[in-house]
Write a protein that binds this ligand. Structure first.
Ligand SMILES: *Cc1c(COP(=O)(O)O)cnc(C)c1O
Length: 221
């Protein structure tokens, strides 16, 4: 199947409220343009340099999502054009993004990454930390970021019930936090292997790479 056929098949299966982010990391512009020509406009990348290069080279109406682990010293390279930063995993990083956005008089959309997996290697806030941040006075003083919701990655396991529990815990947390801040409407979870389950558990933004573009030659991190 071609990129276009993959994309159309996935899009047909999605409820209307779900945004599809096509994860194009490691993939050449030629394949991204095939998806673009099929109408796709939201693309996700994990590496700052790769994202900056692709932004330069590809059509300017693409909405670029940064979905990788972002280092503070690289924030400035993507702030001028990024549509949504998914993986904000510390208050410090949020403050750096705010500062860089302030410099260029802009407001950057972010998602806070929640740690829900059993693995030790995944980044993110736990629910308590995240709630503390969202309710803090300092958070309210950050005028150049807009936190739109949450991003999470489930454990890499065949145990469907475990994954369901993890995804549902994010949805539950969001419902609680929405009472404090009505902007927190985005739930970014679900990848090629688990997006149907993620949508059942409340996701409204899925990040799909290999099911659109084929397997990657090298994996991230
Ligand atoms: C690579 C990546 C994806 C896409 O993964 P696939 O399994 O290829 O769909 C989604 N989210 C994040 C954070 C990623 O790093």
């Amino acid at each position: 199947m071609s990129v276009k056929e993959n994309l159309i098949a996935i899009k047909k299966s999605l409820p209307a409220q779900v945004t599809l982010v096509a994860v194009s990391k490691t993939k050449p512009n030629e394949l991204i343009l095939q998806a673009y020509d099929a109408g796709q406009r939201d693309f996700g990348e994990n590496y700052v340099q790769e994202l900056a290069d692709k932004y330069e080279q590809l059509p300017k109406d693409i909405q670029w999502h940064f979905i990788g682990h972002l280092q503070s010293n690289k924030v400035k390279y993507i702030v001028p054009f990024v549509h949504l930063i998914h993986g904000v995993d510390s208050f410090k990083l949020l403050k750096v993004i705010n500062k860089q956005a302030e410099k260029i008089n802009s407001v950057v959309n972010c998602l806070l990454q929640l740690y829900i997996a059993r693995e030790e290697t995944k980044f993110g806030f736990d629910f308590e930390e995240c709630e503390t941040v969202l309710k803090s006075e300092e958070f309210k003083s950050l005028k150049n970021i807009c936190v739109k919701g949450f991003m999470a990655m489930a454990s890499n396991t065949d145990d469907e019930e475990e994954v369901r529990r993890e995804f549902s815990s994010v949805k539950q947390f969001q419902e609680k936090m929405l009472q404090h801040d009505s902007r927190l409407s985005v739930l970014s979870y679900g990848m090629s292997g688990d997006y149907q389950l993620a949508i059942e558990c409340g996701s409204n933004m899925i990040r799909i790479g290999s099911s659109i573009f084929g397997e990657r030659k090298y994996t991230d991190q």
